[in-house]
Design a protein around this ligand. Sequence first.
Ligand SMILES: N[C@@H](CCC(=O)N[C@@H](CS)C(=O)NCC(=O)O)C(=O)O
Length: 219
Amino acid sequence: MITLYGVLRSRATRPFWLLREMGVEFRHVPVIQAYRLSDPGAADAPFHTASADFLALNPASQIPVMVDGDLVLTESMAIPLYLARKFGGPLAPATLAEEGEAMQWGFAAITGIEGPALDILYTYANKGQQTPEGQAKLAEKTAALARPLGRIEAHLQGTDWLMGGRFTVADILMAECVRYVQPHAPALAACPKVRDWITRCQARPAFQQMMAERNAEPA
Ligand SMILES: N[C@@H](CCC(=O)N[C@@H](CS)C(=O)NCC(=O)O)C(=O)O
């Protein structure tokens, strides 16, 4: 059985959402980021990213981690691509060309979107939108996102989904980076197709269920 390590207030949402979509049974081991604990060394601290047993799995001390038999995978983009290939079905790439496309969207998400999108998310989390410095940062990150988001916008002119005319792992990889942009509406103002697409993605019952579980976790 697949084991997935990580809390849902993390990039673990990417494999988690996919597994829920595919209806694959898996074991979920909650592992919280050590930096979120006031005393990670406390005897009653929950299992965390700096726990010795976790470091043995991922010396980088980061979630998510997936274990499948002898295989230990880190990296939140690689894990869903592996799971899609392993379990198949409509969410998985159906051809070699689609495998390339899925990787393309995953790499575009982490190289073009994830960094500035997380900066936006954290700016809002820290109420930075209320300060001049925060507003300057939001303007800078919005500008940085214009081209990567514009590339998705152009692609979605003739289709509802990123790949194959159906919802796939590629949509999950990208949607879970674009979600971080959503608190800042101006960053998506020029991208109506992207806004419609992410609304479609997030209307899916597996996403809704995952977010309900995520929101039930301690902030
Ligand atoms: N490139 C890695 C980054 C993983 C990562 O940064 N995970 C965060 C949670 S979203 C983490 O575990 N942070 C704990 C830390 O860095 O100490 C991936 O995409 O899986």
